[in-house]
Write a protein that binds this ligand. Sequence first.
Ligand SMILES: Cc1ncc(COP(=O)(O)O)c(C=O)c1O
Length: 397
Amino acid sequence: MNNSIPYGRQNITPEDILAVTEALQSDYLTQGPRILEFENEFASYVGSKFAVAVSNGTAALHLNALALGVKPGNKVITTPLTFAASANCIRYCGGTVVFADIDPDTYLLDIKAVRKLLESAPRGTYQGIVPVDFAGRAVDLEAFRKLADEFDLWIIEDSCHSPGGFFIDSQGVQQHCGNGNFADLAIFSFHPVKHIACGEGGMISTNDEALYKKLLALRTHGIVKDEDLYTNSIEFASAKASTNQYPAWYMEMQMLGFNYRLTDFQAALGTSQLQRADFGLEVRRRIAKTYFQAFKNEDFIKGQSGVIEGHAYHLYVLEVEDRLGLYNYLRENNIYAQIHYIPCHLMPYYRELGWKEGDMPIAENYYKHCISLPMYPTLTRDEQVFVIEKINEFYNV
Ligand SMILES: Cc1ncc(COP(=O)(O)O)c(C=O)c1O
């Protein structure tokens, strides 16, 4: 196999290129009609009432933390098994990140560990929870919502890995990631390795109209352009005094926001990619099934969850013996597997805040063995067979 095989890669089609070209030739490069179109289509894809397109997933997380009012001293619980941004958004607002360990079978934030934290502190100690649909497996948000309500907490669902994913609720209903039925806010990333690629890009979904309006303002410097929301302070009311309506230029900067806008041509790419999202999911699930079948009886694999209904398979992770050896062997063969993740609490930044080895034993043990195999819709059958062959060869199967 001459071509290198990464763990993830984008798929840009002629339709995508046409959509971007059309956007570039239109009157708008940023915040034109394609933003709203992408937001509406994305909201209907995940099943939420509202969606707000932003410049990347990290910006989405930051805006969520701001919209929910995270302040210095506020404590928020998240998983150590995630990309740093899931935790960092709390730090951007001066809040305190408290990690709770993962469930060894699902690799998701362990609700029992979260409950233990909540029960061992005075009420009001914690403000919120940021569960992550790690690898594409949907968190059981129905259970998390019950817990959050018990302790008066908000939930941000980090769904960067799971557009199109779902869990089955207690009534047997499919609950799609980011549908807003349980989490206050959910976020997605459109980084090239994700299901939908915009280069950079992100989306927030919610069913809460007040939060939606606040997020729209925070995305653009805290500027509000909605007559119903104007402050009507005496000075500003004079702006409409003579004609009894606000002049067209009128706007108010009501809070400290940012420029986290997505461009119109990125939105065009996102909308175009969204049309193939279901097909991409289907292929990812097929690839997962093939890996599962290939390794299900092998004892060099420590854990394989099987093929899980509703899993969006951003990643296909294995826990293996001699992970470093396998990783290097695959690289020698042009296969660029990846490691997700070095537990967040062990990053030097979080160590400086007091976290240390031994604090999250399950995530730490997982990290010693995990490896993410190539997983993307354009991975060919031959390439996948080659990956499986090389893994078997390494373990002398
Ligand atoms: C779980 C998770 N959260 C947040 C992010 C941040 O997204 P972005 O890279 O678009 O800022 C990522 C992306 O890598 C991610 O994987």
